[in-house]
Design a protein around this ligand. Structure first.
Ligand code: A3P
Length: 349
């Protein structure tokens, strides 16, 4: 891997013919490198393990390839904002909130691009979007500042230039029970031949899940948020559900776009939270369609299902619940991290 990094000439500033040649060479080396990584199947998709994180091949997307390309080529700017998350933890919601908060002077809620554009287009993933399958994006320098990006990678496997910059990282996660159920439904939206719940649960429990192990994904960002609170903000889906106004103000302040007293008095926080609410976003035409949100992507509506805390009760049996809570308790022991499993009750996990 370090060898590819040293030898990589491809960059977004190369001329186009040189770029194609360099890109082909680099992709070949990356493919050779990927072939050396541990690989496992969950019964449907293949997963590659890199720096402790399981990268899935989903649809036509090889997330490992995009991850390595981004690691080699992405040049973070200190003003960048990176949204990191475990998949199915509220990424789509947080993308909508961050986009709206940061761009509220350009786009007041009634003129928001969210009304006509899928949140995953407005803030794209590095590994799944910009650097998808080894693509080299050429326009990242032209994006409006602060540039907004997303990733599902672990903190330890973020592109090196992010870790060496002082850009802001907002992380969101969710309790493992609702997370697993959400993931199960998401995978079923891909069509037939997706694992049944029993298989998904088994794989999830041993860490084999998209960008898993789930607990490691969380613990890296949790520790980083404790070490560098000015650079990493740690958020939970359940907290957003419980008190969206409080969480939005915390988020806006962290991002360097705090709400002014006038904005608060005018009800702007509530207006943005309403625009980004599950009920509003889910029912917009752009988010209701079965069509992919981008070419070769997942159906636009697969990102909006139920949007509740505690839906696991309808899908997991008591022994699954008990076992996942036990694993979570063991993994998070001494960390101070707890999750809510319903909005009225705090469990010690
Ligand atoms: P459920 O499957 O439990 O309904 P991600 O965006 O990380 O893929 O996570 C998807 C989960 O967030 C899904 O959970 C989805 O319904 C929920 N979700 C999407 N948009 C939301 C919103 N605006 N508010 C609350 N939950 C939302």
């Amino acid at each position: 891997m370090e060898e590819i990094f040293k030898n990589s000439k491809a960059s977004s500033s190369s001329s186009s013919s040189a770029l194609v040649k360099d890109q082909e060479e680099m992709n070949k080396k990356i493919e050779e490198f990927i072939a050396t990584l541990p690989v496992e199947s969950d019964g449907s998709a293949l997963f590659y393990q890199f720096k402790g994180c399981w990268y899935p091949n989903l649809f036509s997307v090889l997330t490992i390839q995009g991850t390595i390309t981004a690691d080699l080529l992405f040049k973070a700017q200190d003003s960048d904002i990176i949204l990191a998350s475990t998949p199915k933890s509220g990424t789509t919601w947080l993308k909508s909130l961050i986009f709206s908060i940061v761009n509220r002077k350009r786009f007041p809620p009634n003129k928001s691009p969210l009304l006509t554009t899928h949140p995953h287009i407005l803030i794209q993933f590095l590994e799944i979007g910009h650097y998808r399958n080894g693509n080299i994006p050429r326009n990242l320098d032209q994006l409006p500042k602060p540039r907004l990006f997303a990733t599902h990678s672990h903190y330890a496997s973020l592109p090196r230039s992010i870790r060496h910059s002082s850009c802001r990282i907002v992380y969101i996660c969710r309790n493992p029970l609702d997370n697993l159920v959400s993931l199960y439904h998401f995978r079923r939206s891909f069509g037939k031949n997706q694992p049944e719940m029993d298989t998904m649960y088994e794989n999830y429990s041993r860490g084999l899940t998209d960008f898993g192990p789930f607990w490691d994904n969380i613990l890296g960002y949790w520790q980083a948020s404790l070490d560098k609170p000015e650079e990493v903000l740690f958020m939970k889906y359940e907290d957003l559900k419980e008190d969206i106004v409080f969480e939005m103000k915390r988020l806006a302040k962290f991002l360097g776009f705090p709400f002014s007293v006038e904005e608060e008095n005018e009800g702007l926080v509530e207006e943005i939270s309403s625009l980004c609410s599950f009920e509003i976003l889910k029912n917009l035409e752009v988010n209701q369609t079965h069509k992919p949100y981008r070419e070769g992507g997942v159906s636009a509506n697969a990102f909006y299902r139920k949007g509740e805390v505690g839906d696991f009760m309808n899908h997991l049996n008591p022994s699954m619940v008990e076992n996942l809570m036990k694993i979570t308790q063991e993994k998070f022991a001494g960390s101070g991290l707890v999750f809510k499993y319903s909005l009225n009750k705090l469990h010690n996990s």
